[in-house]
Design a protein around this ligand. Sequence first.
Ligand SMILES: *[C@@H]1O[C@H](CO)[C@@H](O)[C@H](O)[C@H]1NC(C)=O
Ligand SMILES: *[C@@H]1O[C@H](CO)[C@@H](O)[C@H](O)[C@H]1NC(C)=O
Ligand SMILES: *[C@@H]1O[C@H](CO)[C@@H](O)[C@H](O)[C@H]1NC(C)=O
Ligand SMILES: *[C@@H]1O[C@H](CO)[C@@H](O)[C@H](O)[C@H]1NC(C)=O
Ligand SMILES: *[C@@H]1O[C@H](CO)[C@@H](O)[C@H](O)[C@H]1NC(C)=O
Ligand SMILES: *[C@@H]1O[C@H](CO)[C@@H](O)[C@H](O)[C@H]1NC(C)=O
Ligand SMILES: *[C@@H]1O[C@H](CO)[C@@H](O)[C@H](O)[C@H]1NC(C)=O
Ligand SMILES: *[C@@H]1O[C@H](CO)[C@@H](O)[C@H](O)[C@H]1NC(C)=O
Length: 833
Amino acid sequence: MILNDLTLLLIVFFCTRTFTNGSDWLKNKKGPLEDKVLEVPEETDVPHGVYWFQATDPNVKSYKLGGETDNKTLIEKEGWLYLREPFDWETKKVHIITVEALDADLKTVEGPVSITIIVKDINDNRPDFNQTLYDGVVRQHSRPGRPFMRVYATDKDDPSTPNAKLNYSISNQIPDTYKVPLFQIDSKTGEISTTPAGAQNLDPNTDAEYILFLTVKDLEGLSDNAFSRNTQVKIIVKENLWKPPNTVIITENSTDLHPIQITQVQWNEPGAVYALEQKERYPNFPFSIDEDGKIYVTEPLDREERETYVLVVFAKDQNNANLEQPIEVYVSVTDINDNPPECEVPLTVLEVQENEKIGNFIGSLKAFDLDESGSLNSVFKYRILDQEPKLPSSTMFIIDEYSGNIQIEHDRFQKTEVPEYNLTVKVTDMAGDPTGFYTVCSVVIRIIESNDQIPIFEKQQYELNPIPEDTPVGTTLLTIGAIDNDEPKTGSSKILYHVVEGDAEGTFAISTDEETNQGHVVIKKPLDFETMPVYKLRIDAKNPELLVPGVDYNASSTAYLNISVIDVNEAPVFGSTEYQAMVKENIPVGNTILKVDAIDPEGSSIRYRLEGDVFNWLKINSETGDIITNTALDREKTDTYKVRVIAVQFESPALESTVPVSINLVDVNDNPPVLTYPETHFCFPVQESKAVLMKAMDKDLDPHGPPFQFSLKGDGNNNMGDWEIVPVNDSFAKLKMRHISFKKIQYDVKVNIRDNGHLEKTYTVSVLFCKCSQNEHCYIDVQTQTGRPTVGATVGILLGTLLIPGVALSLVFYLLKKNKEPKTTTPDAKPML
Ligand SMILES: *[C@@H]1O[C@H](CO)[C@@H](O)[C@H](O)[C@H]1NC(C)=O
Ligand SMILES: *[C@@H]1O[C@H](CO)[C@@H](O)[C@H](O)[C@H]1NC(C)=O
Ligand SMILES: *[C@@H]1O[C@H](CO)[C@@H](O)[C@H](O)[C@H]1NC(C)=O
Ligand SMILES: *[C@@H]1O[C@H](CO)[C@@H](O)[C@H](O)[C@H]1NC(C)=O
Ligand SMILES: *[C@@H]1O[C@H](CO)[C@@H](O)[C@H](O)[C@H]1NC(C)=O
Ligand SMILES: *[C@@H]1O[C@H](CO)[C@@H](O)[C@H](O)[C@H]1NC(C)=O
Ligand SMILES: *[C@@H]1O[C@H](CO)[C@@H](O)[C@H](O)[C@H]1NC(C)=O
Ligand SMILES: *[C@@H]1O[C@H](CO)[C@@H](O)[C@H](O)[C@H]1NC(C)=O
C-alpha cells in the first residue's frame, strides 16, 4: 500500500516537474539500463525521482534493486528509481546499488548494472564552537596581530564546499572604554590578537577583564543564508613583565668581586631563552645574562673609557625566534675621583714688566682632570707652595684658589736684581679636600723691561704687484716690518700684526716671524676677481704686553697695503662634478638623456662636445648641453656607459673643462630567448622512448630571463602527436617521444620558448632517425636516395660524429659488405607498432 501511495505521489511530482521544467530535465534523467554514476543532493523533498531506466528487452515487466539501498531508494516497475527517504551527506556520501530488469517470471533479462549514487552536500549544518565559553589571557603591550588565543568551530558539511568554510568575527567588546576595537580575530583561523589600539591601551589597572561576543558563520560569511553560531570569550589583561628595567647605575672602578648582578629582566612565561647584545659596537662589552634573565657586569668599569652602555636584551623561544621586540637596558657609569689633576703644560711661562702695579693680572695656570667635569672630582684648588727667590718679599704673587689666575701682590720688580721667579703651585681636586688627588705645577715669571715703545712701521704704504686670481691659498705675498725698541724677545717687543680694515672675509692673514719680528702676508682663502678685484688693507702692529701708562699706539703703528687681483681667463665650470642618468636601454633615438651645464666665470658662451662615445650611441647639442641618443642603446653591450663631456669657451677654445658622464642602462626585455640543444640522432628503429635535452638562454636580466616556458608549436605535420615537452627546471626542458614508431627521417619539431617577460621565439629542433652502425653512429644509405646504385653509392655516409680516419675506413668496408646482402629498399621503415 505504501508503495502504491508513493508511486502516486511520484507521478504527481514528475508531472509538475515535467510541466515546469520542460523535457530537458527529463532527458538527462532517463536512459538505458547500464552502469551509471548519479549525483543526488542530500535532504531533498521526497519522493524524489532519481533516474528512469528503460530496458530494451520487450519482455521486461519490472525492475529490482540491490546493494546499498539503505531502504532509501526504491524502483518502480516502469523503471523509475526514486528516493523515499532523503539522503544525508553527513551519514553516508556514496551509495552503490544494483538494478536489474525482470520478466513476468521475475527472471533477470537485463542487468544487473551498478549505479553509484553520490550524495551532494547541502548547507544543512550549523557551525559549532567546541566550547561554550573560552578564556584567554593577554599581556599589556603585547605585539598587535600576534595571536594570544584561539577559538575553534567545526561544521559537519562537506569541507570541500563553502558549506563548511567558516568565518569568525567579533560582534561586541565589553567594556568599550576607548570606543575602538582593542581585539581582532582572524576570520579564517579564529586566532585572537590585539589591535594596535589594544597594544597601546590595554591596561590591567583600567580594565582588567574583557568579554568578546563572537560569531562564526559558514558559507565563508559571505551569504545572508549562512548559518551562524555565537560564543563568548573572557579575556584577562595582565601586566606585561617584559619591560625595560630602570637605568642601572654602576660606580666605576669597583673593587667588589665580579661578576655582580646589576638588574633582571623577565619574560611573561617560563622557558624563554635570554640573549644579550650591545647596541653599538663597544670595544669592550663586560656584561652577561643568565638563564633567569639576571644581568651581570663582569669586570670593573672605567667611566673615563665609557660613560653609558645600552644593552639590548632578547627573549627567544626554543627555536631561537624572538618572542617580542627586544628591550633596552641603560647602564650609566658614575664617576669616582680616580684621576689626579694634571698641569696643562709642564712649565707655565708668564711675564711681568718692571713697572707693573699691585693687582695686575699676569696670567693663569691651567690644569685639567679626567674625572667627570662638573663634579667635585674635577673642581680644583690652587695654592702657591713656594716662590724662589723670596725677594724682595716671599709673597710677590697671589693665585686665585679656584681659577688659577695669578696677580701681583707686591710690586717693586727689579730685573737687574731678580730676572725671574719660580713658583710651585699645588693643584688639588675635590676642591682641595684632603681626600683629593693633587699635582704640583711649575710657573716661571720673567721680569721684563717696561713696554714704553710702540712698534713703528718701516713704511706706511706697501706696494704689491697685482696678483692673478688663481694664486694658490698659502702663498706668501710679501713681508712687512715694524720696529719695537723694547727688550727683545719679550711680550713688550713682540709685534702682532692685524688686518683691521679692508678684509671682512679674512682672505689674508699676517703671521709674525719669531726671529725677525716681521709679518708675512699670506693668502688664507681663494681669490676671485669677479667678486673682489681690489683689497685696501689697513694693518695695525701691537704688542701682547700692555703699554705703560702715558704711551699709546699712534699712526706710525699702522700701514696700508693695496692688493689688486688680476682676472684670469678661467676654464668653464660644470654645475656638477659628475653627471649620471638612468635610462631604459630601449629609449628611442633622438631622446634627451640628460643635460650638462657649465658656465664660464668670465661670462663667455660655452660649447660642448663628447668624448669616449665608443659605441657612437650619443650626440650632444653643442650649445645647450643636451645629450641625445644617436643610435639604439644596448644594455647587453655594457650596462654602464661612461663618456666625458668637454666644455670649451667659445671665444678662447683652448680653455676647457671635462666632466664624466655615466649612463646606467636599465634592462628591457629586448632579447628573445635562445634555444640550444645537442645535435641529436636516434637509432632506427626506435627501441624505447627517448628525449632531447633543450636549453634556453636569454641575454636579458632578471626578470626578463628565466624561467622559460617551453611549448610545442603545432604546424602542418602536427608534431603534437609525436612529441611532448617535459619541463626539467627553469632553463631546461626535454623534448620527449610520445611513442616509438618514428619513421627513418629527420623530424623538424617546432618548439616555442617564452621568457619570463613574455618575449617568445619559435625554433626548429631537428631530430634525425637513422640507421646506426654498431657503435651507434648514424649513416644514410646513399642508394636509397639516388636509386641508381654504384659501388660508391653503396658506401654509407657517416654523419654527425667525429671518427678518426682509420676507424671510418674500416666501418665503410664493413657497411659495404652488409649492403651486398639482399635488402628491401624502402626509404622509410614501417612504423613499429
Ligand atoms: C526496510 O523497510 C521495510 C518496510 O518499511 C522494513 O520491513 C525493513 O525492515 C526495512 N529494512 C531496514 C534494513 O531498515
Ligand atoms: C577545541 O579544539 C581545539 C583544537 O582542536 C582543541 O585544542 C581544544 O582542546 C578543543 N576544546 C575542547 C573543549 O575540546
Ligand atoms: C568574513 O566575512 C566578512 C563579512 O562578514 C567578509 O567581509 C570577509 O571577507 C569574510 N572573510 C573571509 C576570509 O572570507
Ligand atoms: C681605579 O682607582 C685607582 C685609585 O683608586 C686608580 O689607581 C686606578 O687607576 C683606577 N682604575 C681605573 C681603571 O680608573
Ligand atoms: C727656577 O727653576 C729653574 C728650573 O726650572 C732653575 O734652573 C732656576 O735656577 C730656578 N730659579 C730660581 C731662582 O730658583
Ligand atoms: C708716534 O710716536 C712716536 C714715539 O712714541 C714718534 O716717534 C712718532 O713720530 C709718532 N708718530 C706719529 C705719526 O705721531
Ligand atoms: C691705495 O688705495 C687708496 C684708496 O683708493 C689710495 O688712496 C692709495 O693711493 C692707494 N695706494 C697705492 C700705493 O696705490
Ligand atoms: C637544470 O637541469 C639541467 C639538466 O638536468 C642541469 O644541468 C642544470 O644544472 C639544472 N639547473 C638547475 C638550476 O637546477
